[in-house]
Design a protein around this ligand. Structure first.
Ligand SMILES: [Zn+2]
Length: 222
């Protein structure tokens, strides 16, 4: 339990360290499925002041579970909605990082222009239509697009990004990689316009090859 709390704390700090958040925005959570408990960043706390013991616990309905003194993030209802509806995930991350925000405003999916994008996501990063933050609208918009595309990162129209993964750390890493892909795509597409050279995504076969290798047991250390 404490291990998960620490992981959630460190994943939240990584958003700040990697320049993915402005002010107190953004949040990462992690779930203990056995205990039915979610650890999440407290609401409105600056990253510079975020201590491990400030990470807040809620149940799967988003109610404070008495394990932290601070109020949980205002985005808690969206996180718990995703945990209730996607049983295989262990971490959720939400950011408004800059280049993701540009694609969210334009309503354009981030195309697969590089092998790094193919490695991590294996498909373009989709954008949902705009939804407001009431009831389950954000969770439902994410879920619908996630189920349709299988992409672990989904951009919410005129808003930002949600990612889901097996752990809090991984969900924050996906947010970092989504921002990297969005930034590269923005510059590549812009440069293409200026130079008249057509910027084309990688072919489906190539994308599958890179994605398959990255997500196979052969990649990385044991
Ligand atoms: Zn937001």
């Amino acid at each position: 339990m404490d291990k998960l709390k620490r992981e959630v704390w460190q994943a939240n700090l990584s958003l700040h360290k990697n320049n993915l958040v402005c002010g107190t925005q953004g949040n990462v959570s992690g779930i203990d499925r056995k205990a039915g408990m979610v650890w999440i960043k407290p609401s409105g706390v600056a990253y510079e002041q975020l201590e491990e013991n400030m990470i807040t616990a809620v149940d799967l309905e988003g109610r404070a579970a008495g394990k932290g003194k601070l109020k949980p993030s205002v985005d808690t209802p969206h996180h718990v909605f995703l945990y209730r509806n996607i049983k295989e995930i262990g971490g959720v991350c939400h950011t408004h990082s800059k280049f993701i925000a540009v694609f969210s405003v334009a309503g354009i999916p981030v195309p697969v222009l590089t092998t790094a994008h193919a490695d991590i996501f294996g498909r373009e990063i989709p954008v949902t239509p705009y939804v407001d933050n009431t009831a389950d609208k954000i969770g439902k918009a994410f879920l619908k697009t996630y189920e349709k595309t299988g992409c672990s990162a989904v951009i919410l129209g005129m808003h930002g990004l949600f990612t889901v993964a097996e752990s809090p750390e991984k969900s924050a890493f996906y947010a970092l990689m989504a921002e990297y892909c969005a930034e590269v795509s923005y510059y590549a597409i812009t440069m293409g316009k200026f130079t008249g050279r057509k910027v084309r995504p990688l072919g489906e076969k190539e994308i599958d090859k890179w994605f398959g290798r990255y997500h196979s047991v052969r990649y990385g250390q044991k």
